[in-house]
Design a protein around this ligand. Sequence first.
Ligand code: SPV
Ligand code: MG
Length: 434
Amino acid sequence: MEEKKIVYTCFCTDVIHEGHLNILREAGKYGSVVVGVLDDPEMIRYNRFPTRTTAERVEMVRQIPEVSDVIVQKTIMYDDVVETLHPDFIVHGDNWDEPGLSVIRENIEHLLSEYGGQLIEIPYTYNASIQKIDRQMLEKLSMPEFRRSRLKKLLKLVPIVKTIEVHSGLTGLIAEKTIVVNGEAIDQFDAMWISSLCDSTDKGKPDIELVDMTSRFRTINDVMEVTTKPIIFDGDTGGMTEHFVYTVRSLERMGVSAVIIEDKTGLKKNSLFGTEVEQTQDSIENFCEKIRAGKRAQLSEDFMVIARIESLILERGMEDALHRAFSYRDAGADGIMIHSRKKDPAEILEFCDRFRKEDRTTPIVVVPTSFNSITEQELAAHGVNIVIYANQLMRAAVPAMKHAAEEILRHHRAQEIDEKIMPFKEIITLIDEL
Ligand code: SPV
Ligand code: MG
């Protein structure tokens, strides 16, 4: 008897809906159906953050009668699957125009062509009921409980959490939706940073803890209304300990995942000024008490208080930075941010290596604004867990806006600048309609 042909399809979904069942029914006509469940880390890079774990999704697919076997697909590209399974057919929806899908199609076609396998494209179903399920998934991702816990999950799943600064709904949408295809890899940001510098600058104010918490919370709310990714909040010095505890409660309730507070006191100025301006570092005792109070105040398990060390910025030396790091950790800090304004990443790497020698688990956060030649991969190799691109969106926007304003003044009309600026039709593609 002729052996049954193998038909393979990969699912990157948390819910099985009629579109998937349709794919499986069609696939079943060609042979015995093996479904790949895309592994969590790859789901995160390529698609939406999974609301169910890989194991749960495997179980979900196993329950479907049309499915004869389930495997975990480790990478978005099909090389490993094809090598081990050698399917006669690969079935895929015909929604190839979605971001990133065209490279996957090329990958599948190339692999199949090597041994005469066949790609079967099935019309992609996206009706009202599927649309509703899709929206419910997005809604779940944006809810405070789920969003808040996502940072800790990410820390377990990805080599380094890539975080980009946002200061408005629009920049939030850019962080949420920007996807690039880099060779065979698809990439996107994991989390968002509400920077005190950019939040203040957007309001035309200096970064000296002048913009009050109510206003900062409004920025968080603007971002949260249109996004799902987790938020790390720049809490400046945290203010007075008696105030910080209330900030922790509010952030937690809103669904923020972490607050980073820096060990400075008095009139805080931005760290990128370093010793050019007068800045005072807090005592270890005071700052530890602030961390302890914040940790006592939080109610959920997943909220993180991360302690930021300014010793290198204020040129107090490596030993002081390390001593503070261990003290803050012992006071209960869930992570350590180490900052530097040197172009050379050497002092950051030395800190990370020495910290990691004694502590293999406490997350390390860095902000490579000055030491920007270092890659995420190199940082991760030195034990860094979260990288924050703290101000690049703002710095990209300002010169572009300034140039447009100058051009209009120069030419007494807007025609000359028109081809350099994005048509609004394109901008509004970022905005979701309900
Ligand atoms: C911010 O983005 O506001 C920061 C990081 O605190 S830095 O500007 O580098 O101090
Ligand atoms: Mg700041």
